[in-house]
Design a protein around this ligand. Sequence first.
Ligand SMILES: Nc1ncnc2c1ncn2[C@@H]1O[C@H](COP(=O)(O)OP(=O)(O)OP(=O)(O)O)[C@@H](O)[C@H]1O
Ligand SMILES: [Mg+2]
Length: 267
Amino acid sequence: MGKIIGIVSGKGGVGKTTTTVNIGVALQKLGKKACVFDANITTSNLGLHLGITDYPVTSHELLKGRRAPSDSVFVHHSGMRVIPGSLSLENAKAVNIMNLKQLLGALAKKYDFVLVDGAPGIDRETLSVVEASDEIIVVTNPDMPAVTDAIKIIEVAKNNKAKIRGVVVNKRRNRDYELSAQEIETAAGVPIIGAVPEDENILRAISEKSPVVISRERAPSARAFKRIAADIAGVPTEGADIISMLKRMFFGIPQKPDIEKLTDITD
Ligand SMILES: Nc1ncnc2c1ncn2[C@@H]1O[C@H](COP(=O)(O)OP(=O)(O)OP(=O)(O)O)[C@@H](O)[C@H]1O
Ligand SMILES: [Mg+2]
């Protein structure tokens, strides 16, 4: 049985989707079967981070209880499975978020890790992700407003008896006006599991529609995401593992077919 990890935040725009796709691809590169799922129902954009505009099934359709016409799920060229949200606001209506837990449970039977890209805030949409996940990662930026909102979602998660894996501090500039790791840990009461620098490569990667861990794998942000993924996968950080380094050099990322049957997922 795979693990369902919800990626949530109190404040919007802190980097949940960026974190989801990069950790997803990094896990896949580590030889794990990863699936990313867009549970940001009203403002879905996970597919756009990956350049996917035409896909066989959306999270909206699955949450409405409909199977995809082609009965298939998108496989990114990295091998990571992707269930993006629909870009149409119309589709956000009639979605039954209560189906999320069952749906993710079914996906976890197929994949080692199901990463769930959540909506910001502490309303029903986010709560459903918290409730449906085995553990959650809270993304924040190192400033007071973002951390204050992160503390709220952590409180809500604790009240729901959710397991909190920790906090990812994203867009860190290492400036004295930022909250330090120690200050954030003390305020949040949960460990920091990664600090990702503010990095222009992320913006380039998004415009190129390819996660930074693929398009600029040596970038500081890419390294940080890979470290977090290695920790989640329970494997040594890249570089320490000479065999996988040689495999990557000689064989690259394995190519996979671009769709996969959804059998058993929505039943
Ligand atoms: N480490 C980083 N360095 C520089 N820019 C970043 C970094 N992480 C994310 N960004 C930028 O911040 C913006 C928001 O990122 P992202 O969409 O991942 O946030 P989000 O938390 O998913 O937002 P939302 O709450 O709207 O779903 C994007 O334009 C992205 O390019
Ligand atoms: Mg997002």
